[in-house]
Design a protein around this ligand. Structure first.
Ligand code: C2E
Ligand code: CA
Ligand code: CA
Ligand code: CA
Length: 277
């Protein structure tokens, strides 16, 4: 019985510790979002499949915790979602991207289109489109230089409403990319109702690509040709090897993104890839 109680105490102590850790991470993240300290964007190139030319980039948020160093977004984005910080964080992301782009422009670089990931809450917040429109006007950057990435699950059960919002974003001149495609629920059935301009085939399908593996090759081929039929540009994400690059040459893929080409890099490094204007 005593042992049981000790076990319980140990368990309780671990739970308490976890709660304290979580709270201190949340406090640190709140501080980062408020002050901007430790938050910055990394940019990963997307290149054309046919000639490897730089075509556009995806902006990925980074957070350097004052003591713990870099925390992966897979950790702090869910934390932001749980703690009500996701809207101010998303706001910060947009501001950081627009500021980086303005800085590139100011140093005489030719800008390319940059994709910003949206969270569900951000996409559905009231007045989002007006808000974006205002920010773009203030930035004096062409809306055509901004693409928003969203996942199918963000539209789940609200497809018609979502499509209306997306049309408004398209009307501003922005691009829409369907992220992590193939991992959601509805996928192909309502693809033609979503005013996206591009589709990103999820990394899991690319990872499974192998010359002797037929099912993933069939899936990639099917998604790519369907998307092409619907007039969408096709991106393969998470391309890590030359073998994957070569296999992808067989399909209707327009753009490649992945460590095989380049890792996400800080704004100043990424700027070196941009041509002079
Ligand atoms: P995602 O939107 O699917 O972003 C692609 C992720 O794959 C990035 O991870 C990128 O670094 C990683 N990646 C790119 N190429 C390769 C590859 O060849 N191999 C492998 N193994 N990974 C590759 P990251 O930066 O850790 O971001 C993870 C997720 O966090 C993103 O997935 C996205 O869902 C979310 N996220 C990142 N930045 C933002 C942001 O600014 N706002 C929002 N709402 N979510 C973000
Ligand atoms: Ca993305
Ligand atoms: Ca993705
Ligand atoms: Ca993902």
């Amino acid at each position: 019985k005593r042992e049981g109680r000790n076990t319980y105490r140990l368990y309780q102590a671990a739970v308490d510790q976890q709660a304290r850790d979580q709270l201190s991470m949340e406090t640190a993240l709140r501080n980062a979002v408020e002050t901007g300290e430790g938050l910055y964007m990394a940019y990963q190139p997307l290149v054309q499949r046919n000639n490897r030319q730089l075509a556009s980039a995806e902006a990925l948020v980074r957070w350097r915790h004052p003591q713990r160093g870099l925390i992966p977004p897979g950790e702090f984005i869910p934390l932001a979602e749980r703690s009500g910080l996701i809207l101010p964080l998303g706001e910060k992301v947009i501001d950081l991207v627009l500021a980086d782009m303005r800085a590139w422009k100011a140093t005489g670089k030719k800008l390319i289109s940059v994709a910003i990931n949206l969270s569900t809450a951000q996409f559905w917040q009231s007045n989002f489109v007006n808000h974006i429109s205002q920010k773009l006007r203030d930035s004096q950057l062409s809306p055509a230089l901004i693409t928003f990435e969203l996942t199918e699950s963000m539209l789940l059960n609200r497809e018609a409403e979502g499509a209306t919002l997306l049309k408004q974003l398209r009307a501003l001149g922005c691009g829409i990319a369907l992220d992590d495609f193939g991992t959601g629920y509805s996928s192909l059935s309502y693809l033609h109702n979503i005013p996206a301009h591009s589709l990103k085939i999820d990394r899991s399908f690319i990872e499974a690509l192998h010359p002797q593996e037929n099912s993933s090759r069939t899936i990639v081929a099917a998604i790519a040709s369907l998307a092409r039929e619907l007039g969408l540009k096709v991106v393969a994400e998470g391309v890590e090897t030359e073998q994957q690059w070569n296999l992808l040459g067989e399909y209707a893929i327009d753009f490649i993104q992945g460590f095989y080409i380049a890792k996400p890099q800080p704004a100043s490094h990424f700027a070196e890839l941009l041509e002079a204007n």
